[in-house]
Design a binder for this molecule. Structure first.
Ligand code: FES
Ligand code: FES
Length: 148
């Protein structure tokens, strides 16, 4: 049995039907083809699946889609023109495609609230996004200089 859920996704209204218990990540990736959102651990530990819901970072792998009825979801596809993308490229902050979408989504939430975050604020905001290859200094650099 499926139930309807009404979402805003990257500025467009999307009506989906999904079984109770389906995650937001499954709907985004499998039902809507928005595969920029990655699922790595699938257990809420790594941050790879981060999307914004009404501007706040949420872990889509452990979030049930029906919790978001009426919410505005922003995925990495919706941030393709965000200056952070170029900043990550310029700072050489992306070494894999797995953690990077979640890193940029979390960083976008941070700079929307604090356009000039301190190093501490960056570390705090990005603490839930694991980079297994240790690009953290470059990620911090990118977020510090995102408007350059
Ligand atoms: S894939 Fe969601 S937190 Fe790791
Ligand atoms: S850049 Fe993705 S794990 Fe480090």
């Amino acid at each position: 049995m499926t139930e309807a859920v009404r979402l805003g996704i990257n500025g467009q209204r999307v009506d989906v039907r999904a079984p109770i218990g389906r995650t937001l990540a499954e709907v985004l990736r499998d039902d809507l083809g928005l595969t920029g959102t990655k699922v790595a651990c699938g257990e809420g530990h790594c941050g790879a699946c981060t999307v914004l819901a009404d501007g706040k970072p949420r872990l889509s792998c452990i979030s049930l889609v029906h919790q978001f009825d009426g919410a505005e979801i922003t995925t990495i596809e919706g941030l393709r023109d965000h200056p952070l993308v170029n900043a990550f490229v310029t700072a050489d902050a992306l070494q894999c495609g797995f953690c990077t979408p979640g890193q940029i989504v979390s960083a976008a939430a941070l700079v929307a609230e604090k356009p000039e975050p301190s190093r501490e604020e960056i570390r705090h905001a990005m603490a839930g996004n694991i980079c297994r290859c240790g690009a953290y200094p470059k990620i911090e650099e990118a977020i510090t200089r995102w408007r350059d």
